[in-house]
Every structure is written in structure tokens, then in C-alpha cells.
Design a protein around this ligand. Structure first.
Ligand code: BMA
Length: 334
């Protein structure tokens, strides 16, 4: 990987440093806010023998290295979540067997996991669970070996549950996107609050679908990143074409104390399916972001995103550049 000498972020980012962050410098010819890793995809079905696909998965920094929860579809068609480990965030060893909950031995079924390291040092997993329809499951681990089930945070049908990494005014915050039992023809982002991870309420509306790449539905992506200017949220947006859905992703900046207030929201997308592994696969034209690693001192960010519901890619950017980009390309005048 090509690494330039260190650089200092231009805005304060409230996350721990990740010196081993997977990184490749922006190609000289590239003027886009994000750029893809030249070695993409970093995870394919071949990472787990007998898997059908591995996509939309979440990586986090873990004990100086990396760990994660991966959507691994079996060749039977069943959809499971498996744990995985990596020294460099690029080469992953994914457990061949799915996660089984410590409490009752049931498998962790579902898709689109996100992993959030909370202030208590635990890693909380939210994912689209099966609870008489798609719901937002919550579980936690502190070692990626033993997983504890908390339950379903929200009634069906709901997807794209994403936690904030710290309590705000004494409450945990969860973004979600109410949906239907199928491929959901519309959808907006909401927020719910809880004091204990069990009872969720005090719901707030965050933002609606808009136009173009985000005209059909939107959903939160990785765990938001706290900066001095607001929470940086990467989210996916869907455009409906005569040939199916196109999943792109963009960004918004949310108020630090009241994150249902949107300060800036990008009008153009940040990344849309373009590379062959994004436009071709099990579901063509899907770029679905689910994790973001940030090295606060340098402001470098690495996004993990599912590609064509088939494999996982990563792309890079700088947090301060994305915040500046948002201010220049915002739909909303604060
Ligand atoms: C959504 C989710 C994602 C998937 C996307 C595109 O509804 O199911 O897992 O990547 O559709 O198929």
C-alpha cells in the first residue's frame, strides 16, 4: 500500500488514533473526495469455504489490529453473520462457522451488520435481524469470540439500525430506516433514544429521501464519527431505474447535541457504482457502506462497503476534506 508521510487533520476528530489504518494515497489523477483501494475487493466469497457471498460487513479497530462481523450467505441461501480478524484491515480471516449467541446457542441470522465501540469498551452489533420480518437486532461482545444477545430494538419492519458511539444527554441513540417486508419503495432516516438498550423511544425524524441518487430511499451507513463541527454520517441512497435499483452513498453532518438536526447534507453522491466489482455481481450496481475507520490525528478515513451484494471493497478519504466538501455542496443552508 502506498502511504505518504503523516499529515495533520484540520478539524478535531473525537476518536482514538488507528496507526495501522489501511490506507493508500489518492492517485495523482483523482480529484474526487473518495478514492477506491487499487486492490479491491478486499473480501470475496473465497474468504469462507462454501460461502455463496460475503458483502455488507463491519470492521473495527480491535486490540491494535482489526476485527469485524461479516455477512456470509451460505450456498443454501441462508444468511448468517460470522466473526473475522485481520492484522492490517485488508487480509481477513473469517470464521467458517457463524456466530452463535452465548445465552441460547441460536445462530446470528440476518444481514447488514454495523459494529459500534461504545464508551464502556464493549462492541455493540446492530443488524437486520429476523423478527417476524426485518427488525433491528442488538448484541454485544468484548472479544469477538463470545456474543451476547440483547434483543430487537424496534418493531418490524425496520432496517439500517446504526448506533452513535457515546451517550448524548444520558441516552443511547439509534438511527434506523422504517421499511417494508420486501424491497421497500421508499424510506427516510429516523432516530430513537434509550437509557438501557432495551426500551427505545423518544423518536425523532432526521432526514427524508430527496432527489437523484437519493430519491427512492436512504439509510444510515457506518457508525457516525464525531468531529468538532458535528457528527459525520455516511449514508446510502437509492435511485430507481428501469433496470433496477442503484445504491450510491453520500454524507451529512449532524448536530453534536441534537443529531436529528441536519447541519449540512451533500447534494451529489460521494461514490456511485462504477468499478466492475460494483456494477456486476449478485445484485448489480450496489455500493453499500457499513463501516468507517478513522485515524483522528491524520484525519484519514477508510470506508468498508458492500459491492454488488457479492464482495467487500474499501475506499479512502480525509474527514476534514469531506466536511469542507459538504459545506460547498450542501442541500441545506444552516
Ligand atoms: C437492501 C439490503 C442490502 C442490500 C441492498 C441491495 O435492502 O438488503 O443488504 O445490499 O438491499 O440489494
Amino acid at each position: 500500500m502506498k502511504r505518504s508521510s503523516s499529515r495533520e487533520t484540520r478539524i478535531h476528530i473525537n476518536t482514538p488514533p488507528i496507526p495501522a489504518l489501511p490506507w493508500e494515497d489518492r492517485p495523482e489523477s483523482c480529484t474526487d473526495p473518495l478514492w477506491r483501494y487499487s486492490g479491491n475487493p478486499v473480501i470475496t466469497r473465497r474468504n469462507v469455504p462454501e460461502s455463496h457471498l460475503i458483502s455488507n460487513s463491519a470492521a473495527v479497530a480491535f486490540r491494535e489490529k482489526f476485527a469485524g462481523v461479516f455477512r456470509c450467505d451460505a450456498q443454501s441461501g441462508d444468511i448468517f453473520l460470522n466473526a473475522g480478524f485481520s492484522d492490517d484491515g485488508i487480509s481477513w480471516k473469517i470464521e467458517p462457522k457463524c456466530i452463535f449467541f452465548a445465552e441460547d446457542g441460536t445462530p446470528m441470522c440476518g444481514y447488514d451488520p454495523r459494529v459500534c465501540r461504545m464508551e464502556d469498551g464493549r462492541y455493540y452489533i446492530t443488524w437486520c435481524s429476523r423478527f417476524h420480518g426485518p427488525s433491528v437486532g442488538i448484541a454485544w461482545t468484548d472479544d469477538f469470540r463470545t456474543f451476547h444477545k440483547i434483543g430487537n430494538a424496534l418493531l418490524p419492519a425496520n432496517r439500517n439500525g446504526v448506533l452513535f458511539p457515546r451517550k448524548i444527554n444520558g441516552e443511547y441513540l439509534l438511527l434506523s430506516r422504517p421499511c417494508d417486508w420486501g424491497h421497500t419503495p421508499c424510506g427516510d432516516i429516523f432516530l430513537s433514544r434509550s437509557k438501557d438498550f432495551i426500551y427505545w423511544g423518544k423518536h425523532e425524524f432526521v432526514m427524508p429521501r430527496y432527489s437523484g441518487w437519493q430519491s427512492l430511499k436512504i439509510g444510515a451507513g457506518p457508525v457516525p464519527v464525531e468531529t468538532e463541527e458535528g457528527w459525520l454520517l455516511i449514508y446510502h441512497g437509492v435511485f430507481s431505474t428501469c433496470n433496477g435499483f442503484v445504491y450510491s452513498f453520500g454524507a451529512a453532518l449532524l448536530d453534536l447535541e441534537q443529531p436529528w438536526k441536519v447541519l449540512f447534507r451533500g447534494d451529489p453522491y460521494l461514490l456511485t457504482p462504477e468499478a466492475p466489482y460494483e456494477t456486476t455481481g449478485f445484485v448489480p450496481n450496489v455500493a453499500f457502506p457499513t463501516a468507517m475507520l478513522v485515524d483522528a490525528p491524520s484525519g484519514r478515513m477508510t470506508i468498508y462497503y458492500g459491492c454488488a451484494d457479492t464482495c467487500v471493497g474499501i475506499c479512502f478519504g480525509y474527514v476534514d476534506e469531506i466536511v469542507e466538501w459538504l459545506k460547498k455542496h450542501s442541500l441545506i443552508i444552516p
